[in-house]
Design a protein around this ligand. Sequence first.
Ligand SMILES: [Zn+2]
Length: 522
Amino acid sequence: MVASCRHADLVAAAGPYAQLVAAQRRHVCGATREGTGKAASLGAIFQPDGERQMAAVLIKNGRIVTAVDDYQADILIEDGRIRTIGQGLVVGNQVETHDASGLLVMPGGIDVHTHLDWDFGVARTVDTFGTGTKAAAFGGTTTVIDFCNQTRGASPLVGLEDWHRRAASASVDVGAHMIMLDVNDQSLTDMQTLIRREGVTSFKLFMAYPGVLMLDDGALFKAMRLAGGHGAMICVHAENGQVIQVLVEEAVAAGRVAPKYHSLTRPTSMEGEATHRAIKIAELAETPLYVVHLSAREALAAVAEARDAGLPVHAETCPHYLFLTQEKYDRPEFDGAKYVMTPPLRDANHQQALWRGLSTNDLQVISTDHCPFCFNEQLFGMKFSKQQGKDDFSKIPNGAPGIETRLPLVYDGGVRQRGLSLNRFVALTATNPAKLFGLFPKKGTIAVGSDGDIVLFDPRVTWTIRASEHHSRVDYSLFEGHTLTGSVKKVFLRGQLIVDGKDWHGREGMGEFLRRGACGTL
Ligand SMILES: [Zn+2]
């Protein structure tokens, strides 16, 4: 069903959710979305330039690709921001110059789904913010939005403080989503403080992991209603946690304990059911919704139906769902444990549906869900590797790495092999995440005034993924041995060269915290 444009004027005086829905409906029928109120948040992001002068950088002769443009030009970055874009720019000797002939010049990638240095009770991820964001940078990602969490019985503001301490070592710019575990009067008040004062404008709610992370539907509804009224985005992990718990307990009791039972106890229909439920509750709560790590055709169908109805519903998928299938769980020994993430890998039919969703804009973002647990015990002072689940799949820490390989994988598998346009590639990996999570146009594009976060990408280089060459502390890659064409050559963070081939010029702690504005819709 395509909604009509005729009612657009009637909602001008309505609340923010009604305006969002109307904006989405105008989008459906082809009109522009200007004037929806989203621009109001940008004043907080675009501050006038200060007096401080940093070294100027010129990137010349490159092919600039954004979500909408594709042209040859030079870029002059001063004081961390793009100052001028033009052809044949003439600068003085003091300007550091990089020749980008033959290279794609794209905005730095934005990965909105990572779990760095994260303790979720039974396991802890092995990357610090320093190592995880350095790995991100080598993969062309210059902004990460990571998950911090409330502890039950404590304020989410305390969780944010703890996250800030850990995130201080970040080498690229970082923002935070807040995982809400207790929804009560005080935490609902704290959510408003997070949005207005702390620049944390998105919240994650779990419908899976009962007794650990899961919220019931009433709590979902309350948190969603608060977010929708304050310009925030609700992110959901959509799986029916209680039904899955029954299946897991039955499998373990019957002695079905190999890694493949992780996949067999998390059916796609239960992802579809929860996605549909989340959408319905969000509609009633009048909030925009973002479904994280969508993996199943049924879930995609629910998102597509909602979007066709004009609802501000969005979804991301991850490279592992686009390039790997559930046969990985049949690998010998305990190797299948490397692929134990949630949701699990699916079959090829689901994979094809995801690629279609990327091209039809029912999926708007590709993130990594980088959640690194070592396969073997390492010397990090933590005994939290995949080996915990050697005799019981339900004890395998759920999560897998991927922060360093997102851009090259999607370029090779999407642009080169499946005809994804370069503009769409940039939209999925940088521009859409920036727009949805309150960072655009400071991040996510190449434009005068935007941060000088730039990736020089060589589309001709062929290379092979090896965990031994990664910068993450994790000891394996989901994509070990995959040969790709297209490679990150240089990366600039706010005009500073941080990656030059295999050389690291960044430093831990140089990443800035991103106080985000109101979230947008697409
Ligand atoms: Zn995750």
